[in-house]
Design a protein around this ligand. Sequence first.
Ligand code: CP
Length: 350
Amino acid sequence: MSTNFQMKHLLGIRELSADQITHLLDTAESFRDVSRREIKKVPALRGRTVINLFFEPSTRTRTSFEIAAKRLSADAINISVSTSSVSKGETLLDTARNLQAMSPDCIVIRHSSAGAPYHLTRVCNAAIVNAGDGSHEHPTQALLDALTIREHKNGIAGLKVAIIGDILHSRVARSNIYLLSKLGATVRVAGPGTLVPKEFAELIEQGVRIESRIEDAVAGADVVMVLRIQRERQTDAFFPSIREYAVHYGLHLSHLNLAAPDAIVMHPGPMNRGIEISSEIADGGRSLILDQVTNGVAVRMAVLYLLAGTSDGAEKRSEDAAAADDLSDSSRSAGGVRGRSRHQKRGTRN
Ligand code: CP
């Protein structure tokens, strides 16, 4: 396995190789330790600037990118779109050009339009990170989900994963299906016929199974992933009523009893309690919903560390080693990590 990440941007999971995904997860695993220390900071991105540009609401993603940047000693700037010049009619690309003029090393963008992060790469030298673009992809969510699964299941290959809910509008479903398939899990999706898009036929060939009944998707599953009903993206009536959806596609204990005895339950948040998931499951012993949020910080630290070390991808690879040494020095002086962390042992995992 190559330990060089060799990506300038993170636009989606689809274009990543299994090795790159594994390298990101290994890097995140070593950063998880930083957040458990009393002093939650390493100097890996000292002097770097990260801009969070969110055109859609976010609690988890925006906060964890900001925390991740700060724990890496980067300067983190949050742009609130409602108080920026976007509200005066400035275009996305003009906003991006103006931000680039201030020399950020990384721009993290969430936007309601699929492809918006890609457009930024055309006018910015900074590394661009997709924090969710329309119904397209949410790569860091899939990575934090994978880190959580790996932590609790000791691996991903061979697992049976059920994804339940609004597949049509879900960037989380897309990114997770790409990631889990690349790492060798089998994926079943279930939702009302109107919320499972036709393009998923292409994914079925890669082994993704579409089920119309929640029971068939959950039977024997090791992981049950529940998705939010995205009413803000629904322009048509995809199901008769929320109550009806809750009856037929809400996850209840009776469904979970069909899964593997040690099955875990995940939800990317925000949750609609009592609609797609019952509170007894959301707050129950098998729920890893808050573990996912915790792992989001580690994953975003890894992404920023691997991408924002420099705005030049080629130069970045040679500087990675120096940044890793900084991290190693800091880890030793903070006393939190014994010896070198996993991603610092370059050349030993090939
Ligand atoms: N899972 C997720 O993207 O949550 P936020 O919308 O709160 O960022």
